[in-house]
Write a protein that binds this ligand. Structure first.
Ligand code: GCW
Length: 616
């Protein structure tokens, strides 16, 4: 199924020639080592030795040789780690490594018509025209890139299961089997995203999770799938969320729905990944009691302890929806008897759509600073990949994929500068552009946040597309996304005097967030409704801080562009030109955000900018 005129792809951070087809992870490890060691001019022999360390590996370095002890995918992880050190100019050292999380997942939101929901890197890598359509060679490249960062599980199809993707578990299964076969030698396993109502597309009158015929149907179907794909990681489900069917549709609760599928998967060692993104998406903006961030906790906490042990509740990092600033979801702290996966979003839906630069390491660092890493047992991210030549649309957005893979392997890597590593691996450790690129990546988040929705308020985006400013675009909509700005102030009181959301946190965090004087200022308007003349810690009024941030943010975008322009001639011409194009667009976007947000609040507050800058 090779696509004609398929473009040539960048090799991401594995610059040496793509080795031939591997039959097994061990085989892939050998081929990668042979190609990589030759490319980096490293001549100490590297020997692969079998030892059962699960997915982990042990490296032993002596004068004469380097040995990697592991089995299967562990050998590949060891090989990639060794090659990484060599590429970064580090002297290989003896070590033992184990991944912290067994499931290190990517969710593609790809539809079989070839579109990608919230995709900013071209069309689907896997589908086109309502069928599978991919270049097998490119899927091998994809698999080795993922595996070299540490990712081991992928779901190809969107959590919103659009036709004909509901047939991936029956009529289209043979093609899923083929993809599984391409990914397997790189240690990558598949998850299939299923539609909770599947039995009803197959002759049953209901998908009620307690119905005997439904239970039997899932058991039989799951067994048939495992016969074809014995190493399938399991199923992913988005249920009772944004108009998707789920147990509530049939008068049952989330645990009853999840356990139905978990029990079908259990005999085969499969995991049921069940998303917690459940909220009322038909809220009336006049309803001031319902508060969307409270929803997931309110739905799932009462059921803690009722989920089977192979259910993994997948929880978005924030309680709303991947906004530019959100606190960590309280569910990640509170569930005690149910396994949890943290869900991140590499696709930059609200963070610049792979036009604006937005490097995420700091975001994740803040999550892990608050949340002990054993609060979760797996990590998942919505991918930022597509058919674009450079995989992620924006060449520099690949830094997020790299850092993400490393994070899933071991969050301790957050202590390393993964932006610097990524730039060195991608462009060569001696490339003169590395320092500037690393600096730009580190500047990118604060720049973007400054010109975006201020102080944790979120939204303010163009409805549907979610790119660019539209302060009241969602204000009177059904999605529970309100700012409630007026001439006196802005924000929602989520303390005990308000919606009570802050009380979902453990005591210490609750106290911190409840009180506007201790609440981190970046999240002030998430937790509190504040007047424009509220005095911030540095003595500025809140409105002045909003104005200043927006002017600084837009200037920051201009500086990023200026920095990039200094790199002409230091990078391949096509890379330079592609990123230049994105950065020019980012500057326009940043100016729009600056002017629209400042004007919006100026009109409500009537406050003048103390520096007399132009507000419309
Ligand atoms: O934020 C919303 C996105 C939807 C997405 C949904 C989800 C896949 O705008 O596009 O649907 O989140 O996470 O399920």
């Amino acid at each position: 199924m090779t696509e004609k005129n398929y473009p040539k792809y960048t090799s991401a951070w594995l610059p040496y020639p793509m080795p031939g087809k591997a039959a097994s992870p061990k085989d892939a490890a050998r081929l990668e080592l042979d190609a990589g060691l030759a490319y980096y001019g490293f001549d100490t022999p590297v020997i692969l030795r079998e030892e059962d360390l699960g997915e982990g590996y042990r490296i032993e370095v002596s004068e004469e040789a380097i040995s990697i002890f592991a089995k299967e995918a562990g050998l590949l992880y060891g090989a990639f780690a060794l090659l990484r050190d060599i590429a970064l100019g580090k002297k290989p050292e003896s070590c033992v490594q184990q991944p912290v999380y067994a499931l290190r997942m990517l969710n593609h939101w790809d539809n079989m018509d070839g579109t990608v929901e919230r995709g900013y890197a071209g069309r689907s890598l896997f589908f086109e025209g309502s069928r599978f359509d991919y270049d097998p060679e490119r899927l091998r490249m994809y698999a080795r890139i993922l595996s070299s960062a540490g990712i081991n599980t992928v779901a190809l199809n969107n959590v919103n299961v659009h036709a004909p993707a509901q047939h991936l578990i029956d009529d289209l299964l043979p093609e899923v089997v083929e993809v599984a076969g391409i990914l397997r030698p790189y240690g990558i396993r598949l998850l299939i995203t299923v539609d909770f109502a599947s039995p009803t597309y197959n002759g049953l009158s209901t998908a009620d999770p307690l119905d005997e015929a439904v239970i039997a149907w899932w058991k039989q179907r799951t067994a048939a799938i495992y016969q074809q794909i014995p190493d399938l990681a399991g199923f992913v489900v988005k249920a009772d969320s944004e108009y998707r069917p789920g147990p509530i549709t049939y008068g049952r609760n989330q645990a009853e729905g999840a356990n139905l599928l978990a029990r079908a998967l259990k005999p085969f060692g499969g995991t049921l990944v069940w998303r917690c993104f459940v909220y009322n998406c038909r809220q009336d903006w006049r309803d001031q009691k319902t508060d969307r961030p409270c929803a997931a906790y309110n739905t799932f906490m009462p059921l803690d302890g009722q989920f089977d042990d192979n259910v993994l509740l997948q929880i978005k990092n924030g309680p709303v929806d991947f906004q530019v600033r959100e606190p960590v979801s309280p569910l990640l702290f509170s569930l005690k008897h149910t396994s949890r996966a943290l869900e991140l979003q590499l696709a930059q839906e609200y963070t610049g759509q792979q036009i604006d630069l937005y490097y995420m390491q700091e975001v994740w660092q803040e999550i892990f600073d608050l949340m002990p890493r054993n609060n979760i047992s797996a990590i998942c991210a919505v991918t930022n990949l597509g058919r674009d030549e450079n995989w992620a649309g924006h060449d520099l957005a690949m830094a997020n994929l790299y850092a993400y893979g490393r994070l899933c392997w071991n969050p301790d890597c957050l202590g390393e500068d993964m932006a610097d590593q990524w730039a060195k691996l991608t462009y060569g450790k001696d490339c003169p552009a590395v320092d500037t690129i690393t600096h730009m990546l580190h500047q990118s988040r604060s720049t973007y946040q400054k010109y975006n929705a201020p102080l944790g308020i979120g939204w303010m985006v163009e409805p549907h597309s979610h790119y660019g400013p539209n302060p009241e675009g969602y204000e009177y909509a059904l999605w529970g996304t309100y700012l409630r700005a007026d001439r006196n102030g802005v924000g929602i009181d989520r303390s005990s005097n308000g919606t009570g959301f802050a009380a979902q946190y453990p005591e210490e965090l609750k106290k911190l967030y409840e009180d506007p004087t201790t609440c981190p200022e970046e999240m002030l308007l998430f937790f509190h409704r504040m007047p424009y003349d509220h005095v911030m810690k540095d003595g500025r009024t809140m409105i002045q801080r909003i104005y200043d941030d927006h002017f600084e943010g837009a200037e920051g975008a201009e500086q990023l562009l200026a920095s990039w322009k200094t790199l002409e001639g230091q990078l391949p011409g096509d890379v330079f030109a592609r990123v230049l194009d994105k950065m020019e667009k980012q500057v326009i976007n940043a100016r729009n955000w600056r002017d629209i947000v400042n004007t919006y609040f100026h009109r409500y507050s009537g406050a003048e900018d103390q520096k007399g800058r132009k507000i419309y």
